[in-house]
Ligand binder design. Structure first.
Ligand SMILES: NC(=O)c1ccc[n+]([C@@H]2O[C@H](COP(=O)([O-])OP(=O)(O)OC[C@H]3O[C@@H](n4cnc5c(N)ncnc54)[C@H](O)[C@@H]3O)[C@@H](O)[C@H]2O)c1
Length: 364
């Protein structure tokens, strides 16, 4: 859509749920992602931030002042009832995503952009997608790393057959759920958003590790096979070491691409027969940059306005989410889990609640 066309339309009225508190140094008790969402909407001619809500009034007021938002709420239900919103960003912690999304689906909006990971349970993720589908709402998730240049370049090479047929995707990250959702979603990007067929995994959880209120494994190994026969191998934890040597790796019959190399470049490739890596000049582009949320939200809004499916669409996000919950379910069942995944809960949280997992407290 051209700028002139957008100027003639009324702006999309955006509401933000969960403003957070802006800190000099974000930590595992809050990144205030809402500020990045707001900056992204404010960079677009097509959007205005009409309202914001946070149960902590001080947080909501500080956010409203920072972004010049007139309508401030401590109850997001009231905001949904009064603010005549077209689009809502959900920026609260994961256990709240499902209930919030289901409420927003009933509020007559056109779109919801929700933070990752999708939901606290596999049943919750599916219910969010079903409710949005029934209400005809564009539901997207903030897997913004898909827009990072090293990943865009890798996708282009894979799609053009530069490394032959794709055989295996690998990733090395901190955990499967909170950070892993990004890197497993990159598997989907590189593999044409193919669903997976099964997953097999094992994890170790000996010391308590909680982020945004969720328990995360200390170490895990997961193998999955996609419907097109490509394998995915995920290795997390390992005491800060990376058995993969990079964040994401794509292995083909005729070459290898590495993205986010540990102590190395953010993108490099080696084709069959080559001894040395080729390291293109990315002019400073990395796999993780604050500007990615601006690019992601601009694409989400453009797709909404043009009636196109966005690559951050909930259907694509479900592919990574099924692997995540399937991997935890594989630990619970002590076996391979075939898809479609037939559980409702969060197997990791259930194993904590039942006492099957007893991590020692962090400070012990
Ligand atoms: N995309 C990324 O790269 C990325 C990075 C960090 C965090 N995240 C995700 O962003 C989400 C939010 O994390 P954060 O660190 O920004 O959180 P935060 O703690 O900074 O902000 C969340 C806010 O939600 C508010 N809140 C809680 N319950 C509420 C309710 N019922 N109604 C309204 N507000 C409510 C809290 O008071 C808090 O101010 C999480 O899902 C997290 O995993 C994504």
């Amino acid at each position: 859509m051209r700028k002139g066309e957008v100027e003639q339309m009324s702006k999309l009225r955006v509401g933000i749920i969960g403003t957070g508190k802006k800190k000099e140094r974000p930590d595992r008790l809050g990144y205030a992602m809402a500020y990045s969402h707001a900056a992204a909407y404010q960079a677009l001619d097509s959007c205005e931030i009409a309202a914001c809500a946070d149960i902590v009034e001080e947080n909501a007021r500080a956010f409203a002042e920072f972004h010049g938002v007139k309508n401030v709420y401590t109850d997001y239900h009231k905001m949904l009832a009064e603010a005549e919103l077209d689009m809502v960003s959900i920026c609260a912690w994961v256990p709240l995503h499902e209930a919030m999304a289901l409420d927003v689906c009933k509020a007559g909006v056109k779109a919801i952009h929700c933070e990752k990971p999708m939901a606290f349970t596999w049943g919750g993720a599916r219910r969010m997608v079903a409710a949005a589908k029934e209400a005809g709402i564009h539901l997207t998730f903030n897997h913004q790393r898909r827009y990072a240049r090293p990943y865009v370049m890798a996708k282009k090479m894979v799609d053009e057959g530069a490394i032959g047929d794709l055989v295996r995707l690998e990733c090395g990250c901190k955990d499967v759920f909170d950070s892993g959702t990004h890197f497993i979603d990159i598997f989907s990007l590189l593999n044409g958003d193919q669903p997976a067929k099964w997953v097999l995994g094992q994890f170790d959880y000996r010391e308590e590790n909680v982020i945004f209120g969720d328990h995360l494994e200390n170490q895990q190994v997961v193998l999955t096979e996609y419907e097109n026969g490509v394998f995915g191998l995920i290795m997390t934890g390992a005491g800060g070491k990376s058995p993969v040597g990079c964040m994401n790796k794509a292995i083909g019959t005729d070459g290898v691409i590495e993205m986010g190399v540990v102590d190395g470049p953010h993108f490099r490739y080696r084709l069959a027969g080559q001894k040395e890596w080729t390291v293109p000049d990315l002019q400073g582009a990395t796999i993780h940059a604050p500007g990615l949320i601006k690019i992601a939200i601009a694409d989400v809004v453009a797709c909404l306005l043009e009636g196109r499916k966005c690559q951050l669409d909930a259907g694509n996000a479900l592919i990574a989410t099924e692997i995540i919950f399937g991997a935890y379910e594989s630990c619970r069942r002590r076996g391979r889990v075939d898809f479609p995944l037939d559980i409702e809960d969060n197997p990791f949280a259930a194993m904590i609640a039942s006492g099957d997992l007893k991590p020692r407290p962090k400070d012990a």
